[in-house]
Design a protein around this ligand. Sequence first.
Ligand code: ZN
Length: 373
Amino acid sequence: MTVLRVGRTPDHFSTTATYFNGFRSNAATVTLTIDEDTQSLVGLADDGTEIHWPLSDIREVPDQAGGDQMVLQRYDDPVQRLVLADFELAPRLPNRRKKLRTTKRGPLIAWAVAAVGSVALIIFVLVPTMANQLARFIPPEGERALGEVTLQQIRTALDQTGLNPVPVCTNTEGLAALERMEERLQAALPEAQSLTVSVLDHKMINAFALPGNYIVFFRGLIEKAETPDEVAAVFAHEIGHVASRDPTRHALRSAGSLGVLGLLFGDFAGGAAALLLAERLIEAQYSQEAEAQADIFAHSALLEAKIAPDALATMFERFRELGGEASPFVAHFLSHPSLGDRIQAARDATPPGFEAVPILSAQDWRALQNICD
Ligand SMILES: [Zn+2]
């Protein structure tokens, strides 16, 4: 390697070095000089890289070649290298013997990937497994408390401002009509369920069940139903979820995952978590199997109560039609691709010539439709 002396003064330094950018294996050649104004080592490598290294940032890579060449790097850049044929530059590098920064980026990234991986493992594998175990041992009071708290969260989350929880509808005649509907269904169940049924004053076309045997309708669903049988069919489907305790497992799983996220990232602990949780519980995306089971439960309860399971099909079809304007939340009933199959199953469950007995009088039906007035 040749050392060119361009100027006569010892300060006017110039040398040819080999430059490695660390990403491509080929070396480039560069003529280096010192820019006295900025106190930097400068040059343009023949691969186009502009070198501008402040002298004070330059460190010597200890004994790499083990010979008479000097290998340099920047303290803040672990990959680039300049290889000089001699040590003439050494007196101009005030910090060349200082220690390099110890951060090793590779292992840091590997650690981050591993951490994300283990969080994913916790959320998608451990929490669901634990939720199923936990659901088996949670006492009825615990379940009720969980349901009550989540219902409050949902009511709060559904309000844009978070200040005025969505009201529970309390029209007396409407509630009486809803109770008559429940009695008729209860009488048809294999075993009675103690239910807490409420209607939320919100236009969403949806209904869902919560832990502790809570069943919640939205005003929108009752308004958009054309017959009380359609509401009863949805009611029966939700009772099916309650009977198999789907909401408890689902809520534990959702709360569990969000709890884990909350532990890791403080942000999740506050309102965002509550909103996410509320959203998840309203969407109630149970497995296809859980939905099919709830439908089967509904079909037999409806038949027993002298209501055509066909009403479930009609309601599902209405959900599908109205899906576009449903709400910012995806309705529980629209979340499954197999809606067509479920409609067909409800039709098939209705025997030909089945004689239904109206579940509500015309007067009760009117009262139910105005339950939020
Ligand atoms: Zn369902």
